[in-house]
Design a protein around this ligand. Structure first.
Ligand SMILES: *Cc1c(COP(=O)(O)O)cnc(C)c1O
Length: 363
């Protein structure tokens, strides 16, 4: 790693691959002989058209997205989609939500404004320390969709399977914090969406992957056009100015993922990083893992010491040791190590050494 970089365990925005940042730097003043930065380019120019088309093509290759899905590059973050989802999908006014954390709950609260929402599952009583098993998901057969949050960034839990839904009920998944970390069978989902700033690029781009037949099945004329997926799909994400620079960086990240061996390789790397931390957590009793074993996230590892003072000391001393953003989210406390695709294994080994040393000094 470049020697002025530190190990950044931020949950998002988070680390980007160094080769991607270097590419951005080298192309900053003149992108491929155009005499201008990608930031300065008309989104309608031929050269920019090449960038957005290649970014989409690369995402389709990397995630093996079937032909009958549209890919949209939108603004407003994942949180804007919390409203766009019911708006675009609630044909009959009924939808089901699995509430597994803060973001799933925010999505639920937004959906309630649009219709009759059934809670298919919640792990609130146990502090969101797990996701449902298939049999715990209570989905109405006439729901317009089932909503899940595939990886719960704050609590450190992740679905290890693709939930089944009753026939005709599309599955909608927020993959903001685990997209590109493993292969996904897109055909099992009606909609997959993700804010870019965890595992895909800079903040400002949100990717929506939506099955074509879910678009335009009822009129949306009372709603903001910016949230209308059909319009955005028809205009190839160019109804207005798309987040041009963010899409370009996303393209570079996707190119990097491909060069590294694709999402299969990302999965192997993620499993290696996560198991280093979880194996250690399971082998001792100074720290406690927050998430239940079967629900553990490969992207966000949450743990605590059992003492608020020691947790605070950990956050302070780890920062002094050259690591940053290890303090847990305020709603969970303790620590959280976010170990997305761009985190090198050396970063996790360095953290592990620190954890052992800290435990020995403070036990
Ligand atoms: C960060 C995050 C969000 C919120 O994303 P914004 O782009 O800030 O709106 C939503 N869902 C998940 C799973 C996240 O990790």
């Amino acid at each position: 790693m470049a020697d002025n970089r530190i190990y950044n365990f931020s949950a998002g925005p988070s680390m980007l691959p160094v080769p991607v940042l270097e590419r951005c730097a080298s192309e900053m003043l003149s992108y491929k002989g155009s005499g201008m930065s990608v930031m300065e380019m008309s989104h309608r120019s031929k050269v920019y058209d090449g960038i957005i088309k290649e970014t989409e093509a690369c995402l389709r290759r990397v995630l093996s997205i079937p032909e009958n899905y549209k890919v949209l590059f939108l603004q407003g973050g994942a949180s804007t989609q919390f409203a766009a989802i019911p708006m675009n999908l609630m044909k009959t006014g009924k939808a089901d939500y699995a509430i597994t954390g803060n973001f799933a709950n925010n999505a639920y609260k937004e959906a309630v404004k649009f219709g009759d929402i059934h809670i298919a599952f919640t792990s609130k009583e146990t502090g969101f320390d797990h996701v449902p098993t298939q049999s715990e998901l209570q989905v109405r057969p006439d729901a317009d969709y089932l909503y899940i949050c595939a990886n719960n960034t704050i609590f450190g839990t992740e679905y290890q399977y693709d939930p089944e839904t009753p026939a005709g009920v599309p599955l909608v998944a927020d993959m903001s914090s685990n997209i590109l970390s493993k292969p996904v069978d897109v055909s099992k989902y009606g909609v997959i969406y993700a804010g870019a700033q965890k595992n895909m690029g800079p903040a400002g781009v949100t990717v929506v992957i939506v099955r074509e037949d879910l678009l335009g099945s009822y009129p949306l004329d009372k709603y903001p056009v910016m949230l209308d997926w059909k319009t955005m799909a028809d205009k190839e994400s160019m109804y207005n100015t798309p987040p041009t620079y963010g899409i370009y960086v996303l393209g570079l990240v996707l190119e990097w993922v491909e060069q590294m061996g694709g999402v299969k390789a990302m999965q192997q790397r993620a499993e290696k990083r996560a198991s280093l931390l979880y194996d250690y957590l399971d082998s001792q009793d100074f720290y406690k893992a927050v998430a239940q074993k079967a629900s553990r996230s490969h992207m966000n590892v949450t743990f605590r010491t059992g003492s608020d003072e020691l947790d605070a000391k950990f956050a302070k001393e780890s920062a002094e040791a050259g690591m940053t953003n290890l303090k847990g989210h305020r709603s969970v406390g303790g620590m959280r190590a976010s170990i997305y695709n761009a985190m090198p294994i050396e970063g996790v080994e360095y953290l592990l050494d620190f954890m052992k040393k800290f435990a020995a000094e403070n036990a």
